[in-house]
Design a protein around this ligand. Structure first.
Ligand code: PLP
Length: 285
């Protein structure tokens, strides 16, 4: 059972100070541009053993997202202090998902809104990590090379505008699946709505190129670094759904869920050639 102190936490940054607040306390004005327009960026950071061992990679990506969206960033130390405040006293035996939100605040040059939430990782997420996921492929309707030439589409930024991503997951659920792999207009692999696609084929691990406008995954980067160190070569490969069908194994990767093996792709059962254990072990390093 989740300990009562591990249910929900909130901390806010304001005027250079960080404070933990009651999770039911109002912390954002209704006029916040993050609320009205999804005009902001975020990160989801795993809390494990009461700590955030992967925080630095998320800080780096939050910076990149803030740059791409021309948001004022209060600095890494502010984010570190905020995360420390929300994580303090979190029980070591409860995995948590810490979300850091940075929004444009009221806009017009006013200070940004920066806050962090923490809640236990849902049981369904843990289930998907261990028993796998059924996935459907859905087109995002954008040419694979287009977002690299269209900065207004914010390719590579982890923005708060996830309504399309959530709608795609609802579409998958209605079709009896757990999750989605987006494809480009011409059928190239992109990413999941909240995850990076990785597949094993020809003795290598593969993932699609970030130049397609997908988010550069911190979990995929960590997996590839450890795999290379372990003698398992990796490649950035512009794949298609046929590559996933023919692969030895396919995973959706993210910081909170880890590596979820794909057990069914567009309705067709598929295996993992016993490779999931190795991938998950590499991710514990
Ligand atoms: N792609 C998208 C769209 C995501 O939302 C996420 C999750 O944060 C990822 C990829 C995986 O990123 P990470 O491994 O850093 O959690």
């Amino acid at each position: 059972m989740t300990a009562p102190q591990a249910v929900r936490r909130v901390a806010v940054w304001a005027d250079g100070d960080v404070r933990a607040v009651d999770p039911d306390e109002p912390v954002v004005t209704a006029f916040d541009q993050g609320l009205g327009r999804g005009d902001g960026v975020f990160e989801s950071v795993l809390v494990t053993g009461g700590r955030t061992p992967r925080l630095e990679a998320h800080l780096a990506r939050l910076h990149r997202s803030a740059q791409l969206t021309a948001l004022t960033h209060p600095g890494d130390d502010a984010v570190r202090a905020l995360v420390a405040a929300v994580v303090a006293g979190w029980p070591a035996d409860v995995e948590g998902a810490c979300r850091v939100f940075l929004t444009r605040g009221l806009g017009d040059g006013s200070p940004p809104t920066l806050l962090a939430l923490l809640a236990a990782v849902p049981a369904e997420t843990v289930r998907q990590r261990s028993t796998g996921i059924a996935v459907v492929t859905l087109s995002l309707g954008v040419p694979a090379d287009f977002r690299a030439t269209a900065p207004w589409l914010l390719g590579g930024a982890k923005t708060l505008s996830y309504a399309v991503n959530m709608a795609a997951q609802r579409h998958a659920h209605a079709a009896g699946a757990d999750d989605v792999v987006f494809t480009s207009l011409e059928g190239r692999l992109l990413e999941g709505p909240t995850s990076t696609v990785v597949w094993a084929a020809g003795g290598r691990l593969h993932t699609p190129p970030p130049g397609t406008g997908i988010l550069a995954g911190t979990t995929q980067a960590r997996l590839f670094a450890h795999a290379e160190g372990d003698g398992w070569p990796t490649a950035v490969t512009p794949g298609t759904v046929e590559d996933l069908t023919a692969a030895d194994a396919v995973w959706l990767l993210s910081g909170i869920r880890g590596a979820a093996p794909v057990t069914r792709l567009d309705g067709v059962p598929r295996g993992d050639a016993g490779l999931t254990q190795r991938v998950q072990e590499l991710l514990t390093r």
